[in-house]
Write a protein that binds this ligand. Structure first.
Ligand code: GLN
Length: 544
């Protein structure tokens, strides 16, 4: 391909949470499978500068990129589908846009002119889209606009993308709109009116979509398709549907069957090969033929929210798919009593404690980490999950009864997890976290080495606290193995126990680099170990 970048804008209508990010990522995957290089970025209309400080209740997971940007969870979908790392450039929020415009205004860059949404905010949005295209040079840049058409917040973004074709050429831009086709069970039919209204709202601001993707529970029939095409001013051929699927990784295949990728390439004048979707088809076949069951308990405090641990769940599933297993993820609330926790833990084949912040639910997590250690149940502690494993070990194996993290008890006399001295200085200056990619040195002869099959690795981080090095000798003496470190400042990156089927903790977030077609080795190892446990306990209870 080469030459200039083409742009596909994906907007949403009728309702949020229809899976716009997944549809956009699905199309991106198909383009890549056709030999067209694709990148994808998200424009988020909220005023937070990034989702780093937003509550998981409101915003779900914070996805961290290699370069340490704290971004929207849709970037996780992008990486899992497109199998390439995203960066700061892939995520733009209204907060960043306004912040930059106001900074320029203060600096006098606008030479005294009145600073307005149009053109200053819209120009800044366009500048960022172009900067991503310039930097990453994709054949196609997909741009997902967060929110729903009709929201006040999205207006400046929509106005910017309305103008965009005038800057780069109409023939280089394609607008796709995703809406809902609701099914009314009382009358037994799907209704096209909300879609008609949503497209009307988009046209009112000057955007005529070229294609539509309708989220629907029931497949559309020919007459509905005709009706939508006619009322919404799009070719019948360009009315696509996204029917509910069991696994999100079926979405690209479903869109491909309808010819979305072929249509998009034709519209943009892109010559490409047929899409090579074999790997994705194999994945779905593997998922559908899996017979071995495995249950993983995830202990956390946002457990009722699917989105708060989405990359963890997707990584667990990917590992299970790889092992040919059907996974059941059991969400265990860390704020329960020890008795309740024990009952819940006894039902699972492996325990995972994900990342987290703040003291709520901490004692429950420490209990779970201790329980898994004592009962030889595979344990995987990620970030906070590694820290609680360390605290649990210090308390019950090293006899340091009040071991804690200064995050949960500032005045603990045994801060096994603490801020490092260098960090304390930075923190006072308003710096915050260790974010993004750092290299890890892997210790020879450890499980970490056998899993990674390497002497080093690169992993993404998002945390403040560290294992306190002054406790390391005592912990190691009692059997805790420090299997990975960040050499430059001598920080603990990974821990493990020898006499345990799988007791592993990592200070970083492997879930951000795990892919459905390439599950992360630590998730694979953990899930494989949980499957082994499942098989032995089932065999034992069958004999009994
Ligand atoms: N709260 C812990 C810290 O800041 C762990 C962070 C995390 O789990 N992401 O170090």
């Amino acid at each position: 391909m080469g030459k200039s970048t083409r742009y596909i804008f994906v907007t949403g209508g009728v309702a949020s949470s229809l899976g716009k990010g997944i549809a956009a990522a699905g199309l991106g995957t198909l383009l890549i499978q056709r030999g067209v290089s694709a990148e994808i970025m998200k424009l988020d209309p909220y005023l937070n500068v990034d989702p780093g400080t937003m509550s998981p209740f409101q915003h779900g997971e914070v996805f961290v990129t290699d370069d340490g940007a704290e971004t929207d969870l849709d970037l996780g979908h992008y990486e899992r589908f497109l199998d390439k790392p995203t960066s700061k450039l892939n995520s733009v929020t209204a907060g960043q846009v306004y912040e930059n415009v106001i900074r320029k205004e203060r600096r006098g860059d606008y030479l005294g002119s009145t600073v307005q949404v149009i053109p200053h905010i819209t120009d800044e949005v366009k500048r960022r889209i172009l900067a991503t295209a310039r930097e990453k040079k994709p054949d196609v840049l997909l741009i997902e606009i967060g929110g729903t058409v009709g929201d006040i917040e999205s207006l400046p973004f929509l106005e910017a993308i309305r103008q965009f074709p005038y800057d780069v050429g109409k023939e280089n831009c394609l607008f796709l709109h995703l809406t809902l086709l609701p099914y009314i069970s009382a009358s037994g039919e799907s209704k096209t009116k909300p879609t008609q209204h949503s497209v009307k709202a988009l046209r009112e601001i000057g955007i005529q979509p070229a294609g539509l993707i309708l989220r629907t529970e029931h497949a559309m029939d020919a007459s509905q398709r005709r009706k939508i095409a006619m009322f919404c001013n799009v070719e019948e051929r360009a009315v696509f549907e996204s029917v509910n699927v069991n696994v999100i990784y079926e979405v690209p295949l479903m869109l491909h069957r309808q010819g979305l990728d072929e249509w998009a390439c034709r519209k943009l004048g892109i010559e490409s090969s047929e899409a090579h979707i074999g790997e994705w088809e194999d994945l779905i076949a593997r998922i559908n033929s899996a017979r071995q069951d495995v249950r993983i308990g995830v202990v956390g405090k946002y457990i009722e929210l699917n989105d708060a641990y989405i990359s963890i769940y997707e990584s667990l599933k990917a590992a299970a798919y790889h092992e040919g297993a059907r996974i059941e993820i059991v969400k265990i609330d860390s704020e329960q009593s020890p008795d309740q926790l024990e009952t819940a833990l006894a039902e699972v084949d492996g325990v995972l404690i994900p990342g987290g912040f703040g003291p709520r639910g901490i004692e429950g997590k420490i209990f779970a980490a201790t329980w898994a250690r004592e009962h030889d149940v595979p344990y995987f502690g990620i970030c906070l999950g590694m820290q609680v494993a360390m605290i649990a070990f210090a308390r019950s194996v090293c006899g340091i009864a009040d071991a804690n993290s200064t995050e949960f008890n500032e005045h603990t006399s045994n801060p096994v997890i603490d801020l490092m001295t260098t960090q304390k200085a930075v923190l006072n200056l308003g710096g915050t976290m260790r974010l993004g990619m750092y290299p890890m040195k892997i210790k020879k002869g450890t499980r970490a080495e056998s899993v990674y099959k390497a002497a080093d690795a690169q992993e993404r981080h998002r945390h403040r606290y560290e294992v306190n090095n002054s406790y390391r000798p005592r912990l190691e003496e009692m059997g805790m193995v420090i299997s990975g470190t960040f050499e430059e400042t001598d920080l603990v990156e990974m821990i493990e126990l020898k006499d345990h089927p799988w007791y592993v903790g990592c200070q970083f977030h492997p879930e951000f680099q795990s892919r459905p077609l390439k599950p992360h080795p630590l998730f694979k190892g953990f899930v494989a170990s949980a499957i082994t446990r499942r098989k032995t306990t089932t065999a034992r209870s069958a004999r009994a």
